[in-house]
Write a protein that binds this ligand. Structure first.
Ligand code: CP
Ligand code: NVA
Length: 326
């Protein structure tokens, strides 16, 4: 059974103020900043459980633009703002003028006059970069086709809670190497000094630039980045096993093709038997039981997926507290 470790937070690391910054990718921040946010998230979680009020964003408003579906991201950002004493406004792109062709530039400038931060879930990563360029308030990535950094911040927090540390751990990602989760995990693992191995089938390798950048960061942080086509090799000795859906949002029509391509990349008992005996299993959810992961593993004793989902709330509160506290 996976159990949470007790350990000392080392909030002592001093970081420059993050106020006003955007969070578009994990690599936008330094290793110190990411570690600081993780520790701050753990502290905010404790305060929330103990009923200690923490209204750091009283009177502030977060705008949330969604161009894709969401359960966790929408609810955790919205509840997070409420717990920080502020408000959140859900903006479906279908219902705002953006969906009828109003330029991103104008939308970003207008919303900057009303709200104190913008969370955006969209398709092309360039769209969120365009928002960030024209907004005068912090822009937070709630998932693009290329990155999902808010999820990975929560994943790193979850790993730290269970393993008591990040640096030096062996983590593997099995499945679609070319998606948002794998890309942000490559950066998150590298920046925290973990050793990450990615296993994907041919044609689904990670983006070359993101992979090379993660390798460089890993070198600086004393970790490593490796790619293999062999999932069993990637899982060998892993402390953490991560996977994600084989067809992401926007790839629904490729579902059948992808089921065939990924059939040997399922996280199941046989793959997990290669890992360290105390491994934990993470999945950002929603999951497709019987495809990328078996029910036995997803609902089994090594799985921490619901703590991981809960930690979206705490990690994003730490993020918003620091970015939006202007
Ligand atoms: N993991 C995640 O981002 O979930 P939602 O799509 O439900 O927001
Ligand atoms: N890779 C998945 C993550 C969902 C949270 C997708 O983009 O659909």
């Amino acid at each position: 059974m996976a159990t949470v470790k007790s350990f000392k937070n080392h909030n002592a690391v001093s970081v420059e103020s993050l106020a006003g910054k955007d969070f578009l990718t994990i690599a936008d921040f330094t290793s110190e900043e990411i570690n600081y946010l993780i520790d701050e998230a753990i502290e905010l979680k404790k305060q929330q459980k103990e009923g200690v009020p923490h209204p750091h964003l009283a009177g502030k408003t977060l705008g949330m633009i969604f161009e894709k579906s969401s359960t966790r991201t929408r609810v955790s950002f919205e509840v997070g703002m409420l717990q920080l004493g502020g408000n959140a406004i859900f903006l479906s792109s279908k219902d705002i003028q953006l969906g009828r062709g109003e330029p991103i530039e104008d939308t970003a400038k207008v919303l900057s006059r009303y709200v104190d931060g913008l969370m955006i879930r969209t398709f092309a990563h360039e769209s969120i970069e365009e928002f960030a360029k024209h907004a005068s308030i912090p822009v937070i990535n709630g998932l693009t086709d290329l990155h999902h950094p808010a999820q990975v911040l929560a994943d790193l927090m979850t790993i730290k809670e269970y393993k008591g540390k990040l640096s030096g751990l062996n983590i593997c990602y099995i499945g679609d190497g070319n998606n948002n989760m794998c890309h942000s995990l490559l950066e998150g693992a590298a920046i925290t000094g973990m050793n990450i191995k990615v296993a994907s089938p041919e044609g689904y390798e990670p983006d070359g630039n993101i992979y090379d950048n993660a390798s460089e960061i890993a070198d600086q942080q004393g970790g490593s980045v490796e790619f293999t086509y062999n999932p069993l090799k990637a899982a060998e000795g892993a402390d953490v096993i991560v996977t994600d859906v084989w067809a992401s949002m926007g790839q629904e029509e490729e579902q059948e093709k992808r089921i065939k391509a990924f059939k040997d990349y399922q996280v199941n008992q046989s793959l997990c038997s290669k890992a360290d005996a105390g491994f934990i299993f993470l999945h950002c959810l929603p999951a497709h039981r019987g495809e990328e992961v078996t029910t036995e593993i997803l609902d089994g004793i090594h799985s921490v997926v619901f703590d991981e989902a809960e930690n979206r709330l705490h990690a994003q509160k730490a993020l918003m507290k620091n970015l939006m506290n202007l």
